[in-house]
Design a protein around this ligand. Structure first.
Ligand code: ARG
Length: 478
């Protein structure tokens, strides 16, 4: 027998105990369907698994399950075709889909929610959604890492100034600089995969907060949805949003790295540095200054970092005072998480497309390394090898640099006699260490900038990336 109809103007799903309709503003204020409809396909996926499990344990008949699965399949097609009518009156994605199912298949549709609550349902939907998105983010991250490794290998011999305090310090190779970026991204990649493990846990079965009286089998549901295991504790399962915070923390660190890279790209494309060229397709012009070619893509990535940091603080603050278990506050988790995902994906795509197209202006990089006495440390090391104490060597080189500054010449452009004014330990072979090529080649150990080391490091990075990707295929990642 059907229950008496609910008070007109109240929600069909919970209107039974209400005696007046919801205030129109409150209806809009509490609804989430305008944004949580993004979870629709995962909501259906979760419901299909739930109904399948309920039939497996005998709570639904096989016919009921089939009607539910078929009805949900049709709803999925309506959503994909853009024909589904979303209603704010039905509050959220879950109740919109359930109401449509009941329209289509009648009373059996009302049985789908047996042994389940929107609390465990929404937590499951977000985890399914985030898991899919993590796999997309990972694919872009891999593409960017591969692009940087290939470029680094190609530019292993290209010399540029290395900086500390943004002042010319010592010559490095461009390949070495690119592999420094790659290391940042390798750590981000590990963080992403570590976060994925904690996303991949099933809340369903926790029901509203305490579990359910039906003989459910949560291992079956977990397996059907590809989750590693059911969540251990029902109170925690419905209220935990650590996984969203962790993803946003991963995203914040990644964006911080992309922002640092962006800053360098912006500097390097300037006329003052003139180190690289970015193809026109990644730049835009000025509406007033005809000569301008602006590095908008890296600038915008740098700018977008701020919103992701904001979302991290937003989510942490959302969770900080919530008592167990589910609270409506949790509905506020979705928009920051969605925006973080969209931002990370777009920024990674921009970088993955752009990285292979970075063209170094080699002559200009080389000239910049030659200016600024970048081989001064090499001269000091040379003196030390000849028995001079490092502090004395530092002083001798300091005087040589002061001389060079007065004369407007680099150390490698001085004559042997000029250099010997400061130390008679200096011989003709000093010029081998004063060249930029000699300077970089001498840093020939693991982690050093020597071209051979850069090529070996690029190979190791390629191997590590391939190992991580094949490990991923074993965990069922895309
Ligand atoms: N729209 C809700 C959310 O996003 C779904 C869960 C609502 N549960 C409840 N008991 N009101 O969190």
């Amino acid at each position: 027998m059907s229950p008496r109809s609910t008070t007109p103007g109240t929600n069909q799903s919970w209107g039974g105990r209400f005696s007046e309709p919801t205030d129109a503003f409150v209806e809009r204020f509490t609804a989430s369907v305008t944004f949580d409809q993004r979870l629709a396909l995962q909501d259906i996926q979760g419901s299909v698994a739930h109904a399948t499990m309920l039939a497996r344990v005998g709570v639904l008949t096989d016919e009921e399950r089939d009607a539910i699965v078929t009805g949900l399949g049709e709803i999925r097609a309506e959503i994909e075709r853009g024909e589904f009518q979303w209603s704010v009156k039905l509050e959220d994605v879950h109740m919109n889909i359930e109401a449509r199912l009941t329209d289509k298949i009648g009373i059996t549709g009302k049985k789908l929610h047996t042994g389940r609550s929107r609390n465990d349902q929404v937590a499951t939907d977000i985890r399914l959604f985030l898991r899919d998105e993590i796999d997309v983010v990972e694919a872009e991250l891999i593409r960017l890492r591969e692009g940087l490794i290939a470029l680094a290998d190609r530019e292993a011999d290209t010399i540029m100034p290395g900086f500390t305090h943004l002042q010319t310090a010592q010559p490095v190779t461009f390949g070495h600089h690119l592999l420094a970026w790659q290391e940042m991204l390798a750590r981000d990649h590990e963080r992403l995969l570590d976060c994925r493990k904690r996303v991949n846990v099933l809340p369903l079965g926790a029901a509203a907060l305490a579990g359910t009286t039906y003989p459910i089998d949560r291992h079956v549901t977990a397996e059907l949805l590809g989750f590693e295991r059911p969540a251990e504790n029902s109170l925690d399962a419905v209220s935990d949003r650590d996984f969203a915070i962790e993803f946003t923390a991963f995203a914040s660190i990644l964006l911080m790295h992309l922002s640092r890279m962006s800053e360098e790209l912006v500097l390097w494309t300037s006329a003052q540095f003139d180190f690289i060229d970015l193809p026109d397709r990644f730049c835009t012009g000025s509406s007033i200054m005809p000569q301008k070619k602006n590095p908008d893509v890296p600038e915008l990535v740098r700018g977008k970092t701020g919103r992701v940091y904001g979302h991290l603080i937003g989510l942490l603050t959302l969770m900080k005072s919530q008592p167990l278990a589910y609270n409506k506050d949790n509905q506020e988790d979705k928009e920051p998480l969605f925006d973080t995902l969209d931002t990370v994906r777009d920024c990674l795509k921009a970088f993955a497309d752009m990285a292979p197209a970075i063209t170094p202006r080699k002559a200009s990089m080389y000239e910049a390394a030659r200016r600024g006495f970048s081989t001064a440390t090499d001269l000091a090391d040379y003196l030390v090898r000849r028995g001079v104490a490092f502090r004395d060597a530092h002083e001798i080189v300091g005087q040589s640099v002061a001389f060079g500054l007065r004369e407007g010449r680099d150390l490698s452009e001085m004559t042997l006699e000029e250099l010997r004014q400061f130390s008679d330990t200096i011989d003709e072979d000093v010029f081998e260490v004063l060249t930029l090529e000699g300077s970089v080649a001498a840093r020939n150990h693991i982690g050093g900038t020597a071209p051979d080391q850069v090529r070996a490091a690029a190979q190791r990075a390629r191997d590590a990336l391939a190992a991580l990707a094949s490990h991923g295929r074993q965990d069922g990642r895309a």
